[in-house]
Design a protein around this ligand. Structure first.
Ligand SMILES: Nc1nc2c(ncn2[C@@H]2O[C@H](COP(=O)(O)OP(=O)(O)OP(=O)(O)O)[C@@H](O)[C@H]2O)c(=O)[nH]1
Ligand SMILES: [Mg+2]
Ligand SMILES: [Zn+2]
Length: 360
C-alpha cells in the first residue's frame, strides 16, 4: 500500500462513527485470528490496525466499481425515508431497515436502487468527515448530526441566548475529532451595547487564535459578506443552541426565507423551531446544513489521553510536563497547568478541559 493511501485510509477510519470503528476492529481481529491459525510462524503477522486499513481499502475499491441506479447526497432525513440530491433533482428514497437506526445522515453520499415501485438507499459511501454526539436518551448510541462537511459553523449569539464558552469548547472537540474544521459564527452584534460589549468580547477572546471568528447580524446584515466569503464553495453545518440564529443565517445567505425562524423566549425553552437537519444547495459548490438547536452537547467514547489534542493551544506547553502521560490535572510538574495559572493559556478553556476530563 502506498504511504499516501495509508494516510487517506487512516483519515477515513478517523471519520467513522465509534460503532463503525468497533465493527471494523472486530472484523479485523477475526481475520487475524483465522490467518494466525492457518499460517506458520515465519514472517510477520499483520497487526489488527493493518487489517483495518486493508478492509477499508477493499471497501473503497468496491465503491469505485459498484454499479448503482443513482447516487447523490442525502439532503433531508426522516424516520423512514430520506431525500437524495442528484444534480438538480431530488429523489425520495426509502431507508433500509438498518438506515432507520441512524446509519444514514444528512450529507452522506449514498447509492440507491429500485425497490418495487420505490427507490431505496442501497449503500452509504465512506464518510470523509463526521459530526456526531451521543443520543441524549440512549448515551451508548451515536447520533450523526452531519456527514462530509468541510466546515462546522459553531453558531453562538451575543447576549441572547447567553453566550456559553463551555459549549463552544465541547463543539470544538467534536468537530476536530470528526475531521472537519471549526469556525465560530457570533450572531446578533446589534445586541451589543457599551455596557455588555467588553464582557462578551472577553468570553470569545480565547477563540480568536484557534479558528476563524466572524461577528455578524443575520437580521441587520452586518458581517454577512464575510460569512459568505468564508463559506464559498464549502459544505458547512450550522450547529448551536436553539435561538442563536442558525436558520436566520441561512436565510440571510440565500436572501430568502428557506427555513422557519422564531424567537425563543424563556417560556418555550428547549422547544426548537428547526426540527430536522436539512441540506441547502446555495450554488457554486456552497452547501449549508441547518440543524436543530441542542440544549447540551455530549462527548462519547473519548479517551482521556486523546482529549488534550483537541485543545491545540496546550501543545506548546507540553514540554514543561514531567510525565509523558501527564493529564494536566494533579501531576506535580505540569507545563499546561502552570501556563493556565500564569495566564499564558485561557483559564476558561483549561477549566473546560478539566471538566471534560473528569466526565470521561
Ligand atoms: N437581534 C437579533 N435577533 C436575531 C438575529 N438573527 C436572528 N435573530 C432572532 O433570533 C431568533 C432565533 O432565530 P432562529 O434563526 O430561529 O434560531 P435557530 O438557531 O435556527 O433556532 P432553532 O431552529 O430552534 O435551533 C429569531 O427571533 C430571530 O429573529 C440578529 O442578527 N439580531
Ligand atoms: Mg433553526
Ligand atoms: Zn501536564
Amino acid at each position: 500500500m502506498l504511504k499516501e493511501d495509508t494516510s487517506e485510509l487512516k483519515r477515513r477510519y478517523a471519520a467513522l462513527s465509534r460503532n463503525e470503528q468497533l465493527k471494523l476492529l472486530k472484523k479485523a481481529s477475526q481475520i487475524r485470528k483465522s490467518r494466525v491459525s492457518r499460517t506458520d510462524h515465519s514472517g510477520r503477522q499483520p497487526s489488527v490496525q493493518d487489517l483495518v486499513l486493508e478492509i477499508l481499502a477493499a471497501e473503497c475499491r468496491e465503491v469505485v466499481t459498484a454499479p448503482a441506479e443513482g447516487c447523490g447526497m442525502v439532503c433531508w432525513l426522516g424516520p423512514l425515508t430520506c431525500r437524495v440530491r442528484t444534480g438538480d433533482d431530488e429523489v425520495e428514497c426509502l431507508l433500509p431497515k438498518k438506515g432507520r437506526s441512524g446509519d444514514v445522515a444528512v450529507g452522506d453520499q449514498v447509492e440507491f436502487g429500485a425497490y418495487g415501485t420505490d427507490m431505496m438507499v442501497s449503500r452509504v459511501l465512506p464518510r470523509q468527515t463526521v459530526l456526531s454526539r451521543p443520543d441524549p436518551h440512549l448515551p451508548e448510541k451515536e447520533l450523526v448530526i452531519a456527514a462530509n462537511v468541510d466546515v462546522v459553523g459553531i453558531v453562538a449569539a451575543f447576549v441572547a441566548p447567553a453566550l456559553h464558552p463551555r459549549m463552544i469548547d465541547r463543539y470544538m472537540v467534536a468537530v476536530q475529532r470528526g475531521g472537519a474544521r471549526p469556525m465560530l459564527l457570533l450572531t446578533k452584534t446589534d445586541l451589543l451595547t457599551a455596557a455588555n460589549r467588553a464582557e462578551e468580547e472577553e468570553k470569545i477572546r480565547p477563540y480568536l487564535s484557534l479558528m476563524p471568528v466572524i461577528r455578524c447580524s443575520p437580521e441587520q446584515g452586518d458581517g454577512m459578506e464575510e460569512v459568505r466569503t468564508w463559506l464559498e464553495g464549502k459544505t458547512c453545518a450550522f450547529v448551536g443552541k436553539s435561538g442563536v440564529g442558525k436558520s436566520s443565517l441561512l436565510n440571510a445567505l440565500t436572501a430568502s426565507r428557506l427555513a422557519a425562524t422564531k424567537a425563543v423566549g424563556v417560556k418555550d425553552k428547549g422547544r426548537h423551531t428547526t426540527t430536522s437537519s436539512t441540506l441547502y444547495d446555495l450554488g457554486g459548490g456552497t452547501r449549508i446544513i441547518d440543524t436543530p438547536g441542542v440544549r447540551s452537547f455530549g462527548l462519547a467514547d473519548l479517551g482521556a489521553a486523546a482529549l488534550q489534542w483537541y485543545f491545540p493551544e496546550f501543545e506548546e506547553f507540553l514540554e514543561g510536563c514531567k510525565f509523558n502521560d501527564c493529564t494536566h490535572d494533579h501531576e506535580p510538574v505540569c507545563g499546561v497547568r502552570e501556563a493556565a495559572l500564569a495566564g499564558h493559556l485561557s483559564r476558561a478553556r483549561y477549566d473546560t478541559y478539566l471538566r471534560i476530563l473528569k466526565s470521561l
